[in-house]
Design a protein around this ligand. Structure first.
Ligand code: B12
Ligand code: SF4
Ligand code: SF4
Length: 490
């Protein structure tokens, strides 16, 4: 919010968009001595284009000037074919001030703030139409670098190149203006994410209570990091106090072993995500690229990127951002890619113009319990995932043989899995018809069918590093894999 004297420049709220019809009327320039047209002239199609359904298009943007709770001016931008039309890629700008508030520099502030905002949103040009006789407006636009591109009957079209804003566009002007959600989504897709949703920083109270009981029952299976930073895990604002928006991104990774090993049941099984470059690395790099494309640094926006390792309830945030629901397999299930998605978040200190809502209540598992029935170790319980029994826990995380909390389940068979486990996903009906990965970073680096138990057992540390060093398997290490295989044989 930009406040100066008694005037505040702020985004027009969705509930106020209907007022734009009135501002269109105020924007009509009437030379001295000429009678103003009737108010309902704004209902004519050519003028309706400026206000009707405002806010429904992703690139509609409006600011207003407020004085003592009264709106005294507005500037708004919309992609349309109005009087200032230049091309389908250049939005048109309109501005109006209440008659008794003109000549006080409010137009300058509105325009400066809007142009800075557009520039921070990577809009390259903006156009407008102005009457030649409207000298005050003319001078103002000229000062901000608008140049004439078309002259008509007393009226001309002006265009502004936002990259060369004269002295304007300082980051401070836009510090509290929302970033366009559609642009974020476009850029997220451009860096290779398959899904992107945005929510406000959420505090998860019910989950926190559930979690306390889960820990008490020992279901965390000695995963010490889950007991640390508990406050932060359930409250994004505790993790990053300046957070205003959480951009949750997901990348799809289904490959040819995600749905099972079919007729090769004796192959030592590796979870399908672990056949690729470690997603912590890939997703972090994609999030950094996303931040770069959104030019967050240039605009002084503070942000942090997260992928798996921080105390953040990633699946629940994904639900809040409308990406999917949590299934009985305890994973996020998305309508388009099922549960075969990996998550990462970009948390920023700026609001976004449109937040997503969770999916409708209808989304869920219904009466299905296939994952619970199929889990080889009975780890999926109504009280949450019992990580002590979960094969993923036992093969990916700290060696179970060295963790006292796992003494009671020592020697539990991992059902042929040597790293991770996909059973509760491969049986899920939501995963049956999902498309394979599209992002090349998630192309598998090896096929488990090429690695019989003997091949694993004969592998040297050096060869393991060369072939599997980039995958998440490097985390568990070769020795652990060999031990699992020997135990199975013995
Ligand atoms: C710790 C962890 C594990 C642990 C523990 C798993 C677990 N479910 O907690 C282990 C090593 C076992 C594991 C395994 C896997 N993981 Co993991 N894991 C994580 C991590 C780092 C934290 C999860 C966490 O907070 N767990 C604590 C528990 C209690 O939380 P929770 O299951 O989310 O449960 C909360 C809610 O479900 C809810 N809840 C559940 N029941 C109920 C009931 C009520 C009444 C209420 C109110 C709330 C509630 O409250 C809980 C919080 O208290 C996240 C990344 C992250 N930072 O979020 C990845 C993450 C969850 N893992 C992921 C993956 C891919 C896996 C595996 C599929 C890997 C594999 N193929 O082997 C398996 C799947 C196992 C499974 N079925 O859950 C992905 C999941 C993507 C997705 N589609 O959901 C994540 C998000 C990583 C990522 N960045 O993509 N994982
Ligand atoms: S990952 Fe495997 S062991 Fe863990 S809950 Fe799913 S099916 Fe069960
Ligand atoms: S297998 Fe069935 S119960 Fe399990 S997550 Fe999928 S739909 Fe839900």
């Amino acid at each position: 919010m930009q406040t100066e004297g008694a005037i505040t420049i702020r985004p027009l709220r969705p509930g106020e968009y209907s007022l734009l019809a009135g501002w269109v009327y105020e924007a009509i320039f009437v030379p001295e001595g000429v009678a103003k047209p009737p108010r309902d002239i704004v209902r004519e199609p050519a003028l309706q284009a400026y206000w009707h359904g405002f806010g429904e298009r992703p690139d509609d943007r409006a600011l207003c000037a407020e004085a003592s709770r009264r709106l005294v001016g507005a500037v708004w931008v919309r992609q349309m074919q109005g009087y200032g039309f230049v091309s389908d890629r250049v939005p048109e700008l309109s501005m109006a001030l209440a008659p008794d508030w003109r000549g006080r520099g409010i137009g300058t502030r509105l325009l400066r703030t809007m142009l800075s905002w557009l520039r921070s949103e990577e809009v390259r040009q903006v156009s407008l139409s102005v009457q030649r006789a409207n000298r005050a407006a003319w001078r103002l636009y000229d000062r901000f670098g608008f140049r004439i591109v078309e002259e008509g009957d007393g009226e001309c079209v002006m265009l502004c190149d936002l990259d060369s804003l004269p002295g304007g566009g300082s980051a401070g002007d836009t510090a509290s203006l929302p970033i366009g959600a559609e642009r974020i989504r476009r850029e997220a897709a451009a860096v290779g994410f398959d899904l992107c949703g945005i929510c406000r920083p959420v505090r998860f109270e019910a989950e926190r209570r559930f979690f306390d009981g889960w820990l008490e029952r020992g279901c965390d299976a000695g995963l010490g990091y889950l007991r640390r930073n508990v406050e932060k895990r359930f409250d994004v604002s505790a993790l990053m106090p300046e957070a205003r928006s959480v951009i949750v991104c997901a990348v799809a990774y289904r490959n040819d072993t995600s749905l099972g090993y079919g007729d090769a049941p004796d192959v030592p099984k590796v979870a399908s995500y672990a056949r690729c470059v470690d997603y912590h690395v890939s997703i972090k790099a994609m999030l950094a690229e996303l931040a770069g494309r959104l030019v967050l640094q240039r605009d002084g926006i503070r942000f942090r990127t997260f992928a798996d390792t921080a105390p953040l309830l990633e699946k629940r945030l994904a639900v809040a951002a409308g990406l999917g629901f949590i299934g009985r397999n305890k994973l996020l299930i998305t309508p388009a890619f099922g549960s075969f998605v990996l998550l990462g978040e970009l948390v920023i200190d700026r609001p976004v113009d449109r937040y997503d809502a969770p999916l409708s209540a209808g989304a869920g598992c219904g009466a299905c319990r296939r994952c619970e029935e199929a889990c080889p170790t009975g780890a999926l319980t109504s009280g949450g995932l019992d990580a002590r029994r979960c094969i993923a826990r036992r093969t990916i995380e700290r060696d179970p043989d060295t963790v006292p909390e796992l003494a009671a389940t020592a020697g539990l068979d991992t059902d042929g899995w040597i790293f991770g486990c996909d059973v509760c996903q491969s049986v899920c009906p939501y995963n049956r018809h999902v498309p394979p990965f599209r992002n090349e970073r998630f192309r598998p680096l090896f096929h488990p069918a090429d690695m019989a138990a003997e091949a694993w057992l004969a592998l040297s540390e050096e060869a393991f590093e060369n072939r599997f060093g980039a995958t998440p398997m490097a985390r568990a290490g070769l020795e652990r894999i060999k031990r699992l295989l020997r135990r199975r044989d013995g």
